[in-house]
Design a protein around this ligand. Sequence first.
Ligand SMILES: Cc1cc2nc3c(=O)[nH]c(=O)nc-3n(C[C@H](O)[C@H](O)[C@H](O)COP(=O)(O)OP(=O)(O)OC[C@H]3O[C@@H](n4cnc5c(N)ncnc54)[C@H](O)[C@@H]3O)c2cc1C
Length: 315
Amino acid sequence: MADTRHTKVLIIGSGPAGYTAGIYAARAMLEPVLVQGMEPGGQLTMTTEVENFPGFVEVQGPDLMTKMQEHAQATGCEIVSDVITALDLSQRPFRASGDSGTTYTADAVILATGARAKWLGLPSEEKFKGHGVSACATCDGFFYRGEEIVVVGGGNTAVEEALFLTKFASKVTLIHRRDELRAEKVLQERLFRNPKIEPLWFHTLEEVLGTEDPLAVTGVKVRNVNTGEVTEIPCKGVFIAIGHAPASELVADQLETHMGGYVKVEPGSTRTSVPGVFAAGDLTDHVYRQAVTSAGMGCMAALDAEAFLAAEGIG
Ligand SMILES: Cc1cc2nc3c(=O)[nH]c(=O)nc-3n(C[C@H](O)[C@H](O)[C@H](O)COP(=O)(O)OP(=O)(O)OC[C@H]3O[C@@H](n4cnc5c(N)ncnc54)[C@H](O)[C@@H]3O)c2cc1C
């Protein structure tokens, strides 16, 4: 028989935003239930060293997320291994259907489903992810001091990543399939003025090349889209910068979104367009997209949910 369970606060997502919301909601005695989703621990489980989370000079991404999970559990947050497949925010209590068959009803919902970097989908890209292939210059640029790097893309993300990477790299090759960029003009000007950046027009990334043991990138194969000619570029790092997509499918037609699907929150809060529904982390953030900012927003969401429930006489 299908199982239905009620909670005051349902947290959807187990990245830094979700676990931090879990810690704060549990400590507010709201007995939250956190549904982990298909990627327990979120995006940081896909990377190796994290060197910018306060309190840790260096920590492995999966270890940091295990610690956050343990912390949330220790405070009394219930963590459930399930994936939410449908969410009804049209009436209260809100209703969420789990892939397990469980229906969750909740007085308040905290959405922390994150965002996903868009990838090219090449097998070699997948193979070297976290070992020379990255989608986050702020996170991983530091590892390429004095090295040659390639960046793939032609929009704002690619140009910003390329500019940022010149702080570390000896040379940045920007691979773009056209001969003009989609990025804002001011960014383009900065890019063209930077002597460390060399655009490679009319090329696409064909394959990431590297060693097996240890897994490490040594270069890329690129294809000229006009001539079909394939050439190799030596490099130690490959940054795929073709954009991010917020994981907002569950709520896209129920909540206000902007900037290509990011859930809109009232400035300075995590309140969405539906009272009682709060959103935190990369799901709402097309600008910073960091673990620490997501954790901060998770805290805000729990405090906002607590205030909402108190005003409703729940909690
Ligand atoms: C390769 C890489 C390296 C990075 N390195 C760093 C770094 O060094 N420092 C840094 O600060 N940031 C780094 N980042 C960025 C950082 O990982 C993100 O900013 C952060 O993880 C966002 O946290 P979040 O909680 O919003 O969401 P995410 O971490 O994206 O987690 C989303 C969660 O939602 C869950 N979910 C999604 N859909 C559903 C559903 N339908 N039902 C239930 N659950 C669902 C997923 O399972 C997942 O647990 C990196 C990102 C990548 C990709």
